[in-house]
Design a binder for this molecule. Structure first.
Ligand code: HPA
Length: 236
């Protein structure tokens, strides 16, 4: 049994949603999964649940924030034999045209965190989503008429980043948004032959003038839509 997920392989479905936030994990289990999901992990409050969604077995496990925390959960889930991990998160929007509550489908995650190079022992690696999952997320978003953006994001080690102009330079190099986990997700997935994708809701808009935060009601409804799309991709 792993150290941070106090559960066995039999406790998890082959596909696991991996939000950062334990409260989001609970929300997904209680309001998005079919009724009857059961708690499979509560070690350190990193809640994990297993149930079904549209009749298909599905789990959710909170990862915490940042590649350092998330990599522990992704690695332990890999050790438990899971085959697909779908991150359902939030991102800070960088690209012009992004609005609060928009959906971002992350094709790749530039690692601005030492973790990826440590995982590959210094060898270059481009953390990349599984194309079939990208394709499915995009076609669902299109079919549902959701405002969505598809492209690269940055996984930063820092939420409060003191480097002047870094957000602008990331944006100028084509990144849609910044968050803190997907580079580890895509790298650990590649190392273990696990399918991975991050879909995320824009919860902040970052410009030269500063950062603006989404209001709670808009966040709640946009996250619920994004999570349902994540579940549909997960079971697809
Ligand atoms: N920065 C990093 N990660 C984030 C942000 C942000 O502004 N918003 C949501 N996740």
């Amino acid at each position: 049994m792993p150290i941070h997920i106090r559960a066995t392989a039999a406790d998890f479905a082959p596909t696991v949603l991996v939000p950062g936030d334990p409260n989001r994990a609970r929300f997904i289990a209680e309001h998005v999964f079919d009724p009857g999901a059961r708690l499979v992990n509560d070690e350190r409050g990193a809640l994990g649940f297993t149930g079904t969604y549209r009749g298909v077995p599905l789990s959710v496990q909170a990862s915490g924030m940042g590649c350092a925390s998330a990599s522990i959960y992704y690695s332990e889930l890999a050790g438990l034999g899971v085959r697909r991990l779908v991150r359902v998160g939030t991102v800070g929007g960088l690209a012009p045209g992004l609005r609060m509550g928009d959906l971002v489908v992350a094709v790749s995650a530039t690692p601005d965190d030492g973790m990826v190079l440590q995982l590959t022992d210094g060898e270059a690696h481009a953390p990349t989503a599984t194309f079939a999952l990208v394709e499915q997320a995009v076609s669902l978003a299109r079919a549902q008429g959701l405002r969505h953006h598809v492209g690269p994001i940055v996984s930063s080690a820092l939420f409060y980043d003191p480097r002047v102009g870094i957000m602008r330079r990331w944006q100028q190099r084509g990144h849609l948004a910044v968050e803190m986990e997907s580079a580890a997700l895509y790298t650990i997935g590649a190392m273990h032959g696990i399918e991975t994708l991050c879909v995320a809701t824009v919860s902040d808009l970052i410009t030269e003038a500063g950062s603006e935060r989404i209001d709670d009601a808009t966040l709640r409804s946009a996250v619920e839509q994004m999570v349902r799309l994540g579940c549909d991709v997960a079971i697809g």
